[in-house]
Design a protein around this ligand. Sequence first.
Ligand code: FES
Ligand SMILES: [Fe+2]
Length: 368
Amino acid sequence: MSHPHVHPVSSRPTAADLALPPALPYPDGWAALAFAAELKPGTVITRQLAGEDVVLYRLRDGRLRAVRPYCPHLGAHLGLATVEGGELVCPFHRFAFDADGRCVRTGYDTPPPRAALSRLPVREVNEAVFVWRHHDGREPDWEIPAWHLLDDRPLRHTSFEMPGYAQDVMENSFDLGHFITLHGWPQGELAAPVEFDGPRFHISMRVREKFPLVGMREVEVGVDGYGLAALHTDVHTRSLGLQICSLVMATQVAPARMQLRQASRFALAEPAGLPPLVARAVSRTVARLLAGPMFKRTIEFTSDDFPIWSTKKYLSPPRLAAGDGPIGAMRHWARQFYPPDHQEHLPAPASLTNRHGQEAAGGVGSHP
Ligand code: FES
Ligand SMILES: [Fe+2]
């Protein structure tokens, strides 16, 4: 991706990135740190979450673990450790830790000290790896559900790191105006009021999009958001039998610095008038041929936002206008993911027309 601020996922922010004043605290909840495929059995990787390193590793039997990075013996970084069978072994004095994190052996075959790794809640869902952190240290009180996957082909995925805020990635789905002005949709509107339900929201949009060769088509877009961490987007063009399912995950790795992970699958309806087995084979073959270009298209769509996200300032309060979409309602909902002393300047609740965020139900760009 050739934006000046967007890089492949790297391990450290630069000094210049850290000099940016953080406008938002780290969000609470789950955050994606990897794709499951990056963690084959025996793999140890270090990722960042909220300014701290997290070590992820997979035991030989497939179990996944997330731990704080420092060995309880003398503090070696466990990103250097190795998996040996069902244990993580620190390279410094070869102390070994079992699947529960308990120290079970030293490198000198002396009785191990009473020490344990500091484990973090970790989940493997939608072929991604999520780690939980909360400013008050609480255990997980919500989950990211498994979404339907359109088929059994390997998930295509990619990751980026850039300056910016995870909240902006979530807010993007509510920003109806920019779908037209930045992404080039000819028309788009909410199909129903936005639903907010605890850590989840649901948005349905009706969009008209121009396709090569076949022209303008009606597209149904459904977005489910979980926390300030994950979006599942279903884009269904019924008249073409085309369905694209994307996961977009944003993780605040350092102040004003985020990683973005995106994965997609897509499917084509089976053509009518053919014997079922042939129809299935045709649809799967065409889907396989188109998978690369379709994935590229979903990435290009998100990457329209990259130069904006990686250079924008988080404004609170923003100066909203009719046609913006329910951004005020979104920000109100987002408060639950920040420490209570985090004072955000939000529109007074009365100006959020209702808890379903109907303030912009008319949409924008609708030309009858
Ligand atoms: S620091 Fe890890 S074994 Fe000594
Ligand atoms: Fe966008």
